[in-house]
Write a protein that binds this ligand. Structure first.
Ligand code: MTE
Ligand code: HPA
Ligand code: MOS
Length: 769
């Protein structure tokens, strides 16, 4: 925990304190409501999806007869039942609401069965028979590239002359890397509950990171105005990016069923269906050529990145862009050429997942640096340090033209290396490995530099409402959503401090499109930066109203009125906040307000991907030690030390939780979580029986997280930095430690052929390669 921060929970300031999550107690007691817990309205019906079992084909017709004869089945909806647009309102306009004419992946939704119980709907869905004439399917990313099968055109970013740099480099390496995708495995699966209201209006309960988009999609599919659709979300049981766009599908389907039957309809996906229908983290494949000098300093890099996007664009454009923006991770790439292919395959449409392409950008460069170090017989940490951005002439601009400011990685890495005892442990591991025939160990220390802001500049805006009631209690509403990350807690802390009241007198309310309109997705880790500031501004407006009023009462300047410890203090009097509120109301002073924030300084050219897409960078580093069994390929993460930069922490308990959770989720991506599609395009790992997320037992026995003690040098809320995604990429240290261990097992410092996830099988293959 950050020792630089006061740890006194009794402190009058709410921010900077490790307050528990606003829902923690209710969640533990089972009293926090998720959508499936909302008391159901009389007449509620249940929907289940009808899925394509074919990866690609002509949809000739759908036989619904057998399903419809079951008692209790009310309808089977197909594309013809969509009153508005039959194409989802997704940006690229390339996804049908229900498959029409063609099916494009195993698991694509062809229709919906609506029945009187969940199990009946699911049983009936299996009786619906789509007639599909199969077509050739693309289920391999390299085959997609060969066929020029893309969801969006390729993008190239270059600086200098990579070809020339490679031609005169003292050393070169070339290689490939394969990195798997990742299922979100939110504990609460995708779910929506659609309720008809009067006069063709709709209330949608949606487990979504983006209520505003759900509203827009539902209105588009029903052919009505946005004002006729209200979307609410109190909380999600996890989103991790998987509910940024793809919650919209569920809401649209539930709304269409509710519209057709004029009854409330709930759609909660079975876990296997959730796996088969919804997109995941984009798997990536890479081809590279790299040039470097005797010290391991990079001089030229040519990198091809193949993003496996699935059948539609969804968020693949910005995800693949963010991978380009993070291919440097923390390092200065002098002469570089990166080409990104957004490959179209007959699979689920891959989507946002914590890091949003950042992890896929960074991992290849980290793997390359590890290989360079082993090639030259150097310590990988020394090679990494040698390549870091530095203010030394011309080594502090990114390949997309942004100056790296406030870079703390040199001191941060040195400090972590010291506290984690990196050097001595690396030596101890080397001699231990010499004497251990079967078990080999590896250690790696890798940094993270993650750009904070939505790359689409327009999304970097937020709104909030703060209401002060007559008893002095405060309700705050903003455009962000709660998915477990603690956004509502942090926003309440900020509002409490702005009004000088106790945190216990501030409550956050459910996200609701009828309160704050046009809100961006809660994503890009920017939830608190954006909504926290908007809420702070809203609270400030109310405080200013009260200050002006009290300054009139006391005949002092408004600037002399202070709000602290639930009191309003002027040089003349001290009143309780509650009394001031009551007096102000009696004098017709406005006790609620809105707030609006937009991130300053950001701009970039979408065609060349150059400019300043990010307001600032979040930094961190992790040192991980692993052991592998060279006979079975099994591995364990033994020790992890993290030093991470959250600026001035608004809530160190929540921030450390985000760092721990992000890291373990990253470990899962790189070690045990494996998505296997067979040659027919069927995802064969579509349940927890075959898809393995980390368990409590996988958390390293030594797991130490420290916070970097300096505030954000940019003017960000409370001096904090965003924390949601950056720590995910600290887990690349685990992958690099595994590659070190494999290199030890191979014995001769060869390039390690270990791909991700480093399952036992892959570790074994790498040892035998
Ligand atoms: N933490 C929890 N517990 N559950 C989640 O779903 N999502 C992550 C991260 N942390 C997530 C989480 C992702 S992908 C993002 S972008 C951020 O939280 C979003 O919230 P924030 O912007 O408020 O940090
Ligand atoms: N990050 C996360 N989600 C997003 C982004 C981004 O940069 N752009 C659009 N959705
Ligand atoms: Mo997070 S992947 O930006 O929802």
């Amino acid at each position: 925990m950050n020792t630089a921060l006061p740890q006194n929970a009794e402190s009058p300031m709410a921010s900077g304190q490790p307050h528990p999550h606003e829902s923690a107690a209710a969640q533990i007691a089972g009293a926090a409501t998720y959508i499936d817990d909302i008391p159901e309205l009389r007449g509620t019906l249940y929907a289940a999806p009808v899925l394509s079992r074919v990866a690609h084909g002509h949809l000739l017709g759908v036989n619904t007869q057998a399903a419809l004869t079951l008692t209790g089945v009310h309808a089977v909806l197909l594309a013809a039942d969509v009153p508005g647009s039959k194409v989802l309102a997704a940006l690229a306009g390339d996804e049908p609401v229900f498959a029409q004419d063609t099916v494009q992946h195993v698991g694509q939704v062809i229709g919906l069965v609506v029945a009187e119980s969940v199990m009946l709907a699911r049983r009936a869905a299996r009786l619906v028979v789509p007639q599909i004439e199969p077509l050739p399917a693309i289920v391999d990313v390299r085959a997609a590239l060969k066929a020029q099968s893309f969801v969006l055109p390729p993008v190239t970013v270059r600086r200098g002359d990579a070809d020339k740099a490679l031609a005169c480099a003292p050393h070169t390496l070339q290689g490939t890397l394969e990195v798997g995708g990742q299922e979100h495995f939110y504990l609460e699966g995708q779910v929506a509950y659609a309720l008809p209201q009067e006069q063709n209006q709709w209330l949608i309960h949606s487990s979504t990171q983006h209520p505003g988009e759900v509203q827009h999609w539902v209105a588009h599919a029903l052919g009505i105005d946005n004002h006729a659709v209200t979307v609410q979300c109190r909380r999600m049981g996890g989103g991790f990016g998987g509910k940024e766009t793809q919650a919209g599908h569920l809401a649209v389907w539930a709304a269409l069923a509710a519209h057709k039957l004029q009854r409330p309809v709930k759609l909660r996906l079975d876990r296997d269906d959730d796996f088969l229908i919804t997109g995941k983290r984009h798997p990536f494949s890479y081809d590279y050529r790299v040039g470097f000098d005797d010290s391991g300093r990079l001089c030229g890099l040519q990198l091809k990145m193949l993003a496996h996007c699935g059948f539609s664009a969804d968020l693949s454009g910005p995800v693949a862009d963010r991978a380009i923006f993070h291919a440097d991770n923390a390092y200065f790439l002098q002469d570089v050429e990166i080409t990104s292919y957004r490959c179209k395959l007959n699979t689920q449409s891959h989507t946002a997942f914590r890091g949003f392409g950042g992890p896929q950008g960074m991992i290849v460069t980290e793997a390359i640096l590890g290989d360079i170090a082993r090639h030259l017989g150097l310590d990988p940490l020394a090679v990494r340090q040698r390549n870091l951005y530095s203010d030394e002439a011309k080594r502090n601009t990114t390949h997309y033209g942004m100056t790296v400011e406030g870079n703390i990685l040199q001191p941060l890495i040195s400090q972590l290396a010291l506290t984690a005892n990196y050097k001595q442990r690396r030596e101890a591991i080397a001699s231990w490995n010499q004497n251990s025939a079967v078990i080999k160990r590896g250690i790696a220390l890798t940094p993270v530099k993650f750009g904070i802001s939505f790359t689409a500049t327009l999304f970097n805006q937020a709104g909030a409402l703060v209401h002060v009631y007559l008893d002095g209690s405060v309700l705050v509403n903003h455009g962000g959503t709660e998915m477990g990350q603690g956004l509502h807690t942090k926003v309440a802390q900020l509002v409490a401090d702005e009004l000088g009241v106790l945190l216990s007198s501030v409550r956050g309310s459910a996200s609701d499109t009828s309160k704050v309109p046009n809100a961006s997705a809660t994503a890009a880790s920017a939830g608190t930066d954006l909504n926290g500031r908007a809420a702070q501004f809203a609270a400030r407006h109310v405080r200013d109203n009260l200050a002006a009023f009290v300054s009139g009462l006391d005949g002092v300047g408004a600037g002399a009125v202070q709000f602290a410890a639930s009191q309003v203090i002027t040089p003349k009097t001290t009143r309780s906040f509650k009394d001031v509120v009551a007096l102000a109301y009696a004098n017709r002073i406005q006790l609620w307000s809105d707030g609006f924030y937009r991130t300053p300084k950001i701009h970039y050219d979408k065609t060349t991907l150059s400019g300043r897409p990010f307001y600032y960078f979040a930094y961190g580093a992790a040192c991980s030690e692993v052991a592998i069994d060279t006979l079975t390929g099994e591995s364990r993460v033994l020790k992890v030390d993290i030093l991470h930069d959250v600026g001035r922490s608004i809530n160190p308990a929540i921030d450390i939780g985000q760092i721990e959770g992000g890291f373990v989720q990253g470990m899962g991506w790189l070690t045990s979580e494996e998505l296997v599609w067979n040659d027919q395009g069927l995802l064969t790992t579509h349940a927890p029986s075959t898809y393995k997320i980390p368990t409590a037992g996988d958390v390293p026995a030594h797991f130490k997280v420290d916070l970097w003690p300096e505030p954000n040098p940019e003017d960000n809320v409370f001096g904090s930095k965003a924390v949601g995604e950056p720590p995910f990429m600290l887990a690349i240290s685990v992958f690099e430690a595994l590659r070190e261990a494999v290199a030890q097992g191979c014995g001769d410092g060869k390039t390690v052929r270990l791909h991700a996830p480093a399952t036992a099988e892959r570790v074994l293959w790498a040892l035998q390669a």
